[in-house]
Design a protein around this ligand. Sequence first.
Ligand code: ZN
Length: 224
Amino acid sequence: MSFKGLVEMRCPGGCQPFEAEVWSFVRGDRDPDLREKIMAGEMNLLICPECNQTFYGEEPLIYYDPSMELFAFVFPASYEKEKSRWQEKMEADFANFQASLPEAQWLHDAPLLFFGIEGLQQMLVEEQGLLDEVEVIEHICVALGLSLYRSCISYARKRHIPSLLPLDGAVESMGKAERLRDRILKGLRKVLATNGQMETYRNYLAELEKNTQDKSIPPTCKKQ
Ligand SMILES: [Zn+2]
């Protein structure tokens, strides 16, 4: 459930203040239209009734999408001057929020902090591009009889790599990390031979092929 409230706003032109509805909590997974709004740069975009100027109604906003392991605080851009103060507030608020959830729903990582909505907007747009690739990958994997390896989303986000990877062979025989890495490599090559357009996957394959010394693979979610 997302929340909005009536807030007194004043346009940058210094006109008379007016009351406007401003979103303060957005559940990205349950309200895809609000997620779209952020991606389109229209979240809390207001029009001054006096001079018709458009501007962002900048109020603190929380964006939460457990399906993407994402919890982000968006503070007004002007708050960046007191970054450490808001960092502390964020950590305290997040600890309270986390404590209100059953342990199975806890997030693995610290929340993200943005000053101004543009940072979150950019991140969601990038992740949407990746989600589109993931959808294609899932179809190709089914068609080629490949399995899927799901790594931790927050781990993948930090490294700009896909969290869902094609795995050559059956999922039951997971095996050791070294063997898994080999199967991911094979899976990626097979998938990309079918469709070479997927940039994030192509980049990840190139990275794996370059780092031949590294035998690690992205970890799965701790909670699983
Ligand atoms: Zn105005």
